[in-house]
Design a protein around this ligand. Structure first.
Ligand SMILES: [Zn+2]
Length: 475
């Protein structure tokens, strides 16, 4: 059963729901049993005018024929190709792909065709990507960003709270799913601490029942003047689609830090099949999967509570960034940890190769080795900043971002935990991140620079698959 989720970290980040919904599609195709899809975020930042650098040793580590020791800037072509087209059809490409999928996007209808046929990328041979070295913002911070930190801290946004959990649930959601979701949020709160005030929402499969939840969400998560916009144009339409057309599950988290009283929210749409019936009725593993998704979304709440330097306009006034692979990788790693801790999978007989740690590793390592065949030159660093991520999207669409962000992001995170400890990854890092920002916190917590870590990851991924499994599959 394919499941898909997306996550929104900032209220105004998702300016168009269709993009987020497209990302859901990406994850349906990309991952079975996988956690969460991210929407566009405004937390990550890099200044395009400063993006320049060199790619060293890119060839040595199995990154295709990627150029090495060459200065690349953000106006460097995405690949070396006379006509600017970075891919050609494989000899056995599906005919419907050759007919429907444009190799060059020159109009809105081309873009639409790419979204509608996005898995056609697997029938293409790509020229090596010319990735740029990300511009790593470490400060100094603008006074408005510092002011947000102080305001949020004063509001207790980064402190654990005693306030009772609030749940807004659509009338068609079965009781056993509600109970399981509540148990999952409680377990995550007990592990990480209870941050908020947080409201959790569950949308089922009935459109009219979902309307009540949408109204509650928009009223609670948005300022008064924006409620109508939320209901009619922003998350409202997306949440309606959750209740109707999407098989699989969906979820997103939202931090309403701009509000006078900052608050946090996540919306969950448990897995449903093509007939819009709840998967968990027939498949207990889907109930467990749903619980881990609640934990994953809660981790984003925890992350936001440790990311107080925020900017209204991150493109021009940067806050401390957090690379999306790290953000998603850690949230997915946590959903595995909480499953392991609570024994949700174990209690329904999923052990051995089906145990959370082994299962997540195997799925993500398989995903990497599969997609590496299509994009051998892509590296995790290519999605470190939003500027560099946009280049990747231009080069190969959304599915390849998903592969880096979730597939490789998960393994990278598991490797970080293995090199240090879960405690460091889930707690020590965030304490430092709150005050010092991502890059200094990373170096201090993990004892290496980002580039040293990427080199470590390359070495790890160059090993045979069984050795990778063995290295990270600790009992
Ligand atoms: Zn997520």
């Amino acid at each position: 059963m394919a499941v898909a989720f997306w996550s929104i970290h900032e209220r105004f980040a998702m300016t168009h729901s269709t993009l987020a919904l497209r990302l859901v599609g990406a994850c349906v195709l990309g991952a079975i049993f996988l956690a969460s899809c991210v929407g566009p975020q405004s937390d990550s930042y890099s200044d395009p005018s400063e993006a320049a650098g060199s790619i060293a040793d890119a060839d040595a580590d199995g990154h295709g024929d990627r150029p090495s020791d060459v200065e690349l800037t953000d106006d460097t072509p995405l690949c070396i190709a006379d006509d600017g087209v970075c891919a050609t059809w494989l000899p056995d490409a599906r005919q419907e792909c050759v007919v429907n999928f444009p190799l060059k996007i020159e109009s809105a209808s081309d873009q639409q065709a790419v979204w509608e046929n996005e898995d056609c990328v697997f029938d293409l041979a790509f020229e090596p990507f010319q990735g740029i070295t990300p511009t790593r913002f470490i400060g100094p911070l603008d006074s408005s960003v510092v002011a947000q930190f102080e305001r949020l801290q004063k509001a207790g946004y980064d402190k654990t709270i005693d306030e009772a959990a609030v749940w807004i649930v659509a009338a068609d959601v079965p009781e056993f799913i509600i109970i399981a979701s509540k148990e999952a949020r409680l377990a995550a709160e007990e592990y990480l601490g209870a941050y908020g005030p947080l409201t959790s929402y569950i949308i089922g499969n009935d459109l009219s029942a979902a309307e009540t939840v949408i109204e509650e969400f928009c009223n609670r998560a948005w300022e008064d003047s924006m409620i109508k916009y939320c209901i009619e144009e922003d998350q409202g339409p997306g949440m309606r689609e959750m209740a109707t057309i999407f098989p699989g599950g969906n979820a997103f988290q939202q931090s309403s830090w701009r509000s006078t009283r900052p608050s946090q929210h996540f919306v969950d749409n448990p897995c449903a099949n093509e007939q819009n019936e709840f998967c968990a009725i027939a498949f207990p593993e889907e109930l467990v999967q749903g619980q881990t998704v609640v934990a994953h979304e809660y981790f984003h709440v925890y992350q936001s509570a440790h990311q107080l330097y925020k900017s209204d306009n991150p493109e021009d006034i940067p806050p401390h960034p957090m690379p999306r692979w790290f953000e998603e990788g850690t949230a997915s790693y946590f959903q595995m940890i909480i499953d392991e801790e609570e024994g949700w999978s174990r209690d329904i007989g999923m052990s051995g190769r089906e145990a959370p740690r082994i299962r997540m590793l195997e799925e993500n390592l398989d995903w990497i080795s599969r997609d590496k065949k299509t994009w051998p030159s892509l590296r995790l660093m290519d999605i470190e900043t939003e500027v560099s991520t946009r280049r990747v999207v231009q080069y190969c669409g959304e599915l390849c971002v998903g592969f880096l962000q979730f597939g490789m992001g998960y393994v990278a995170t598991a490797l970080l935990a293995d090199l240090t400890s879960d405690e460091r990854l889930l707690f020590d890092f965030y304490d430092l991140n709150k005050t010092d920002g991502f890059y200094p916190a990373f170096e201090e917590t993990f004892g290496m620079t980002m580039d040293e870590f990427y080199a470590e990851l390359d070495l790890f991924l160059a090993q045979p698959l069984d050795q990778q499994m063995e290295a990270l599959a600790r009992e």
